[in-house]
Design a protein around this ligand. Sequence first.
Ligand code: PGA
Length: 259
Amino acid sequence: MNPSARKPARKPVIAGNWKMYKTIAETESFFAEIRPLVAGSAHCDIVIAPPFTLLRRAVEAAEGSGISISAQNLHWESEGAWTGEVSAAMIRDAGCRSTLIGHSERRQLFGETDEGVSKKIRAALDAGLQAIVCVGESLAEREAGDTEKVLERQLSGGLAGLTGQDFSRIIMAYEPVWAIGTGRTATPEIAQQAHNFIRSRLGQAGPPEAAGRMRILYGGSVKPGNIQGLMAQPDIDGALVGGASLEAKSFAAIVNFRA
Ligand code: PGA
């Protein structure tokens, strides 16, 4: 069976990663502006991942809009003497439904490892959160021809020991580091190739049906102008959007990619 052929069964996900941007007032105006723009957008799941300080306010501001709120990171312990950290239970308590895990900025700038990613996935799933797990190669790794090797390592390390049921609560995001914040998007064909590779590896790590059902998002300079070409690819099920998610109009245009 070719898992890619199951795309129609996979509901698209358009997720915005706000990184370290926005105040409470800016969050309120963002949601006031975007709500009418996505009111009819039932074709996809819409997610926004604000910084921790904004989570509760974002949950309130998004209530009834169909937009769900995600954290950007978590700690794997449920509580304890971990100064500066936030647990999955706390994120859930704030009203979030999901959390990003293993974003390349966490891996590159804060020393996050595949082992840490694996523990964070377990903690998120155990607390009832959906995990949006990011993988992707750097420019040097791509140029050295190591893209698949890197993805393989991140997938086998990060997803070790997960069951088919766990798989159903994970969304993958392929984010080539060289395309993040650089304006240099992977072409739809390059992205499709990586997504197809990720899906085939997922099919080996877990039940093939679960791999066929898993949503794999592309991230890296996604804009209103390039979303359609990406979404036309058989293994691309949505987008993780950084810069273009900060403006309600551009994020809504990405959400409404079919219009
Ligand atoms: P970008 O960021 O859309 O600004 O390239 C994507 C991401 O880091 O998730």
